[in-house]
Design a protein around this ligand. Structure first.
Ligand code: MLT
Length: 400
């Protein structure tokens, strides 16, 4: 008899975003005439910029020409893309051969767990992107779930108003720590000082930091680091994960990358070598046209188009946040990431306020409790939505 992975039995309900999809589809069936104001999942809402589209079309047509057709590419990704990333995203702080091109940051943050022993103690922010928790459970690193304290074996690090929505190293020694900056869902990015503390902590405990920087392009404060490698010692303790999804509109195209520095070693064993072994065995690479499209992100024109788009998105986020504040809501984030983290009014639970917004204002949000117990009493709005949707949502909120 085939035995199933027993750890899947410990998972609580469905994956957050699947649960939301289910509720939205029920709502749309019940009220087909209502136009949904989608501030839910952080998905981009605009088409590819002209320069990126041109690169995609050109590279796709190369695949139809016997002179330029390509079969399997290098599993680590084409050098033309890795070289641009090292130079422009990291000012050559890291080298192209430390970069692994992949088809999604979500996959990598989950798959990275494979190269670590199941006995490692995992720490993560509460609230945080639910993929870290669910995949830690799936990997068998936890005990059962308890209503009052979450999964046995996970160290939940408060990321609350009291901590300024930063996550600080605990006293307890942890081995593997997920850090997401700017943080999803609070939209708050970690300061240089906080990252310094984490690097010192990781060195002291020989821990590894899994630094998810999927939203770094949205940082507007010049004092906030975009990469953990900007901080001395970062390359000795951290793996950094980035994505073209939000930055360049690749949620449908799929392209991301993970940096595993060669300086990162545990007991003289290279994590780069392990990840390379895993990647080469289990990953078939990102397609050539998609990597050429990602390369266009680093062209002068591509860079300018995306800069304009990101600036516009953050103006929308800031305006939406200001309008919520004007209406008396307590809100955070929205300054260095397009997520606005809003306290529910009158002590409503996250799911109750989610339902109120959906049924009374046709606004789709994400309940804060879906990101962790300390997210209870909050709701997340995504400002990736078109400006008109944000304006309509502001109006609908004022009529609640
Ligand atoms: C979110 O809404 O938190 C993200 O879009 C989900 C994801 O990137 O997987």
């Amino acid at each position: 008899m085939a035995l199933l992975n027993p750890h899947y039995q410990k998972l609580q309900s469905g994956y957050l975003f699947q649960e939301i999809e289910k509720r939205v589809s029920a709502y749309q069936k019940a009220f087909p005439e209502n136009v949904l104001l989608n501030l839910g999942i952080g998905d981009v809402s605009e088409p590819l910029t002209p320069t990126l589209l041109k690169a995609l079309v050109h590279a796709s047509s190369e695949m139809g020409d016997p002179q330029t057709f390509r079969g399997y590419g290098p599993s680590q990704g084409y050098a033309f893309l890795r070289e641009k990333i090292a130079e422009q995203d990291f000012q050559n702080r890291i080298t192209p051969d430390e970069i692994f091109i992949s088809d999604g940051a979500k996959n990598d943050v989950a798959n990275l767990q494979e190269i670590f022993c199941t006995q490692n103690q995992v720490g993560l922010a509460d609230p945080v992107y639910p993929v870290y928790i669910d995949t830690t459970v799936m990997a068998g690193r936890t005990g059962p779930f308890h209503e009052t304290k979450g999964y046995e074996g996970i160290h939940y690090l408060p990321c609350t108003e009291e901590t300024g929505f930063e996550v600080l190293p605990p006293k307890a020694p942890l081995d593997l720590i997920y850090l997401c900056s700017p943080n999803n869902p609070t939209g708050v990015a970690f300061s240089k000082n906080t990252l310094k503390k984490w690097i010192a902590y990781a060195k002291e405990h020989q821990a590894v930091l899994l630094f998810d920087a999927a939203y770094e392009a949205y940082i507007t404060d010049p004092n906030i680091p975009h990469s953990i490698y900007e901080i001395e010692g970062g390359k000795e303790v951290a793996i950094e994960i980035r994505s073209f999804s939000k930055t360049a509109g690749f949620t449908g195209l799929r392209c991301s990358y993970t940096v595993v520095p060669k300086d990162l070693q545990i007991n003289k064993q290279s994590l780069h070598a392990l990840w390379s072994r895993r990647h080469g065995t289990k990953f078939g690479g990102v397609s050539y046209p998609i990597q050429r499209t990602a390369e266009a992100v680093y062209s002068k024109e591509g860079h300018q188009e995306l800069k304009t788009r990101i600036t516009c998105c953050m103006q929308g986020a800031k305006a939406f946040k200001a309008s919520l504040q004007k209406q008396g809501f307590t809100v955070f984030g929205g300054e260095n990431a397009p997520y606005v983290w809003c306290k529910t009014p009158n002590g409503l639970s996250s799911w109750d306020f989610f339902d109120t917004l959906l049924t009374q204002a046709s606004i789709l949000s994400i309940p804060g409790s879906g990101f962790g117990r300390r997210g209870e009493g909050y709701i997340r709005f995504s400002a990736f939505a078109p400006q008109t949707t944000l304006q309509q949502a502001t109006k609908a909120l004022s009529c609640l």
